[in-house]
Design a binder for this molecule. Structure first.
Ligand SMILES: NC(=O)CC[C@H](N)C(=O)O
Length: 333
C-alpha cells in the first residue's frame, strides 16, 4: 500500500513519482492526496503517455529559480509538458490569497468508478481544499484516453448575486449528462468539459482520478483527511484500507459490510460484541468519536450513527449520568 500526502515545492518529488510508478505497475493500492494526485498524473504522463519532461510548473519554477530573477530560463516547458499548472484565478501575484481553500463540490462524471460507490452513489460530494496548482485541463483528455480516468471534476459554481453563473450551469449540465457509449462516451464527456471550460473561461477542476484495470489507484485534489472520523472514515481512505486488506470487492458487492471497529481491530473471526462509548463532537452532527472514557459528560442517543449491527445497551440502575454503552455485533453467517 502507498499513500502520497499533500506537500509544497520540488523537494522529494522524483522519489514520490517513483512511488507512484511502483504502485501503478505492481497493482499496489495507492492513494495520492493533492500533491500526491499531481505526482500520479505527472508519472503517468511521463511513463505511459511518453511525454518526456512532463512536470508541474510548481517544481519547474523552483528548479529554475536562479533564472527567475533576471535572465529568462534557458528552456521553456512545452504546453504538453505542463501537466500541473498555476490556477488561473489565483495567479495574480504575491499579494496573498493565492490558495484555493475550503469546501467545494465535485461532480461525478460517471457511475463506473470505485469512488462513486465508496461515496454512497451521490451525484456530487463536498470536500475541503488547500492548493495553488491544478492538473492542466488541456492534457486531461489524453491521460483519460490512456487509462488515467478523471472521474470527478469541480465546475466553478461561484455565485453572482446569489445565482450560479450561466457558464457554470452549462458545465454542470454536461457533467450530469448520462453516458451512452460506455468508456468512449465517458472519454468524450471529459473532453467536452475540458474544452468548454476553456471556452467559457469557467474553471473546470480535476478533483478525482482512478486508474483503469488497477485494484485501487486513486488520486484526489482535495484533502479527504480533513473530514475523516473513526466511525465515519473518509471514503478514499476506507477504500485504501479495504483494498489493502483484500476486502474492497466484497464491500462493494455488499457481500460483507465491515464495521470500522473491525477494520481497525481486526476482529473478523469473532462474534463477540465490541463495547464502546460514543462521544459526539460539538457542533458537527456527522462527527463522531470512539471513546472508552466513562467520565464523559457528552451523551448521545447514537441514532445518527449509521453503523451496521450497532445497539445501545439498557443502562443499569444508577448509571443515568454515565454515557450510554453501545455494542457492535457482526453477523458472519
Ligand atoms: N496541499 C497540497 O498538497 C498542495 C499541492 C501543491 N503544492 C499545490 O499547491 O497545488
Amino acid at each position: 500500500m502507498k499513500q502520497i500526502p499533500g506537500g509544497f515545492g520540488a523537494r522529494g518529488i522524483e522519489g514520490k513519482i517513483k512511488a507512484c510508478k511502483y504502485a501503478r505497475e505492481n497493482n499496489k493500492p495507492f492513494l495520492g492526496i493533492c500533491l500526491g494526485m499531481q505526482c500520479a498524473a505527472t508519472e503517468f504522463a511521463r511513463n505511459v503517455c511518453k511525454i518526456d519532461g512532463a512536470t508541474s510548473t510548481e517544481f519547474w519554477e523552483e528548479q529554475n529559480s536562479d533564472n527567475l530573477e533576471g535572465t529568462p530560463p534557458a528552456k521553456e516547458l512545452t504546453p504538453e509538458q505542463k501537466i500541473v499548472i498555476t490556477m488561473l484565478e489565483h495567479s495574480g501575484g504575491d499579494m496573498g490569497g493565492t490558495m484555493r481553500l475550503g469546501r467545494r463540490a465535485t461532480e461525478f462524471l460517471t457511475t463506473d468508478c470505485i469512488l462513486y460507490d465508496l461515496y454512497g452513489k451521490n451525484q456530487s460530494i463536498e470536500e475541503r481544499h488547500r492548493h495553488r496548482y491544478e492538473i492542466n485541463p488541456a492534457v486531461v483528455p489524453k491521460l483519460t484516453a490512456a487509462g488515467l480516468r478523471f472521474v470527478g471534476m469541480g465546475v466553478d459554481q461561484t455565485k453572482n448575486n446569489g445565482n450560479i453563473s450561466v457558464s457554470s450551469i452549462a458545465l454542470l449540465k454536461i457533467a450530469r449528462e448520462a453516458i451512452k457509449d460506455g468508456e468512449q462516451g465517458f472519454i468524450n464527456k471529459v473532453k467536452k468539459l475540458c474544452e468548454r471550460g476553456e471556452e467559457t473561461n469557467t474553471a473546470v477542476r480535476m478533483e478525482m482520478v482512478e486508474l483503469k484495470d488497477h485494484p485501487y489507484f486513486v488520486g484526489v485534489q482535495y484533502h479527504p483527511e480533513y473530514t475523516s472520523h473513526p466511525l465515519s472514515p473518509s471514503p478514499p481512505f476506507l477504500g485504501l484500507i479495504l483494498a489493502s486488506s483484500g476486502q474492497l470487492q466484497s464491500f462493494l458487492d455488499k457481500t460483507r459490510v465491515p464495521s470500522p471497529v473491525n477494520l481497525f481491530h481486526d476482529v473478523e473471526s469473532t462474534t463477540k460484541p465490541t463495547k464502546f462509548h460514543y462521544l459526539p463532537s460539538a457542533g458537527n452532527s456527522s462527527a463522531s468519536l470512539l471513546t472508552l472514557n466513562d467520565n464523559s459528560k457528552h451523551h448521545s442517543s447514537g441514532a445518527d450513527l449509521k453503523v451496521p449491527g450497532l445497539r445501545q445497551q439498557p443502562s443499569p440502575p444508577g448509571s443515568e449520568n454515565k454515557p450510554p454503552v453501545f455494542t457492535i455485533t457482526e453477523d458472519h453467517s
